[in-house]
Design a protein around this ligand. Structure first.
Ligand code: ZN
Ligand code: ZN
Ligand code: ZN
Length: 346
């Protein structure tokens, strides 16, 4: 590795605006000359994220040189501040109703305090790092296999909550989650139809059409001699494109999602309770039997308006997954207790 003799100011913040114009929104980047070509409204979000991801890939820095960009700006991106803490991660944040998107290095504490944001899952963008991972593991003492299944799923849910339009349905989110966790290094995925049947989405093309409409993926038509036991698709989400190849630990996370979504009485309720069951499982400490997170975060991960969350939680209670739940009116925290037979079931 080259030794630097001086440290230039580290700037790892990229901001793009989708500026409404006649003919469609135009992407305006603070770092790039404007090309001004209008985008289709449905795919503008994908284009913004792709542009940000390109910047992050081009400006890779070793971890020890990355600093909390939020802190460097006086923590003006979030309401309260208890001091920077925790590892530096890339944070994707949405402002002004999705008109402005920001990708920046942020410490864990600032990331947690920033509304409308998602930490970019750990594997994303790491493939572009020019330093050998073994060396960085030694330096940082990082676990070779990365975070566990539950953390991986939690981060991917949060990332998809930011990357997909807010009105994306639960079935499309379940499909997107499986695709993102099972894609290969070229951003292609072969999703076994058995998995779709397990999610009760076997003969359902609407979730796929929904993801195609927003340019998140495109199905690859099957050839006559092709494999009919899978649905093939290519993902367009450029932030995901640089993910490391489909490693066993990421596929294990995809299998973990299936186990969380499949309790029979939950699955019978349709995709929304299934997705909510996955979200709750992702935020329940292993073996604890109860969990706590912000109700707004849970609603966002499920693609729901917060006012619609109680109905879904009631459904999960009726289905025997939850023993109880409540939302604290002051803090907005959602607490839940799993039904005894579901504790530690994953
Ligand atoms: Zn740019
Ligand atoms: Zn901050
Ligand atoms: Zn910070």
């Amino acid at each position: 590795m080259r030794v630097r003799t001086r440290c230039p100011a580290v700037r790892r913040t990229w901001i793009v605006e989708l500026r409404p114009q006649a003919g469609g929104p135009v992407l305006v980047c603070q770092h790039c000359p404007q090309n001004g070509s209008p985008l289709a409204a449905a795919s503008a979000r994908s284009a913004a994220l792709a542009h940000l991801a390109r910047h992050a890939r081009c400006d890779v820095l070793p971890v020890h040189m990355r600093t909390c960009q939020c802190h460097e700006r006086g923590c003006c991106w979030h309401p309260r501040h208890r001091g920077c803490a925790g590892p530096i991660r890339l944070l994707l944040a949405r402002e002004r109703g999705g008109r402005v998107w920001r990708l920046a290095d942020s410490c864990t504490a600032c990331a947690a305090a920033t509304d409308q944001s998602a930490v970019v899952p750990d594997t994303i963008l790491s493939a572009a790092t020019p330093w050998p991972s073994a060396a960085s593991r030694r330096r940082r003492g990082r676990q070779p296999r990365g975070p566990g299944e539950q953390t991986r799923v939690r981060e991917m849910l949060s990332y998809l909550a930011a990357a997909l339009p807010a009105d994306t349905g639960a079935a499309a989110r379940l499909v997107a989650l499986q695709c993102a966790l099972r894609m290969d290094a070229a951003a292609n995925v072969q999703l076994p139809t058995g998995i779709l049947r397990g999610l009760r989405l076997g003969h359902c093309s609407e979730p796929w059409q929904e993801l195609e409409r927003v340019r998140w993926l495109s199905r690859i038509p099957a050839t006559p001699e092709g494999d009919t036991a899978t649905v093939a698709a290519r993902l367009f989400d450029a932030a995901l494109l640089t993910q490391s190849p489909a490693r066993p630990d990421r596929r294990r996370a995809a299998d973990w999602v299936l186990r969380a979504a499949r309790p029979t009485r939950v699955a019978a309720g349709g995709p929304l309770p299934q997705l909510a069951a996955v979200c709750l499982a992702a935020y329940t400490p292993h073996g604890a039997g109860n969990g706590l997170t912000e109700a707004d975060r849970m609603a966002r991960d499920c693609g729901l308006d917060p006012s619609a969350l109680p109905d879904v939680l009631d459904q999960l209670t009726t289905a025997g997954l939850l023993a109880s739940w409540n939302v604290c009116p002051d803090s907005g925290d959602l607490r839940w207790t799993q039904a005894a037979q579901c504790v530690g079931g994953l």
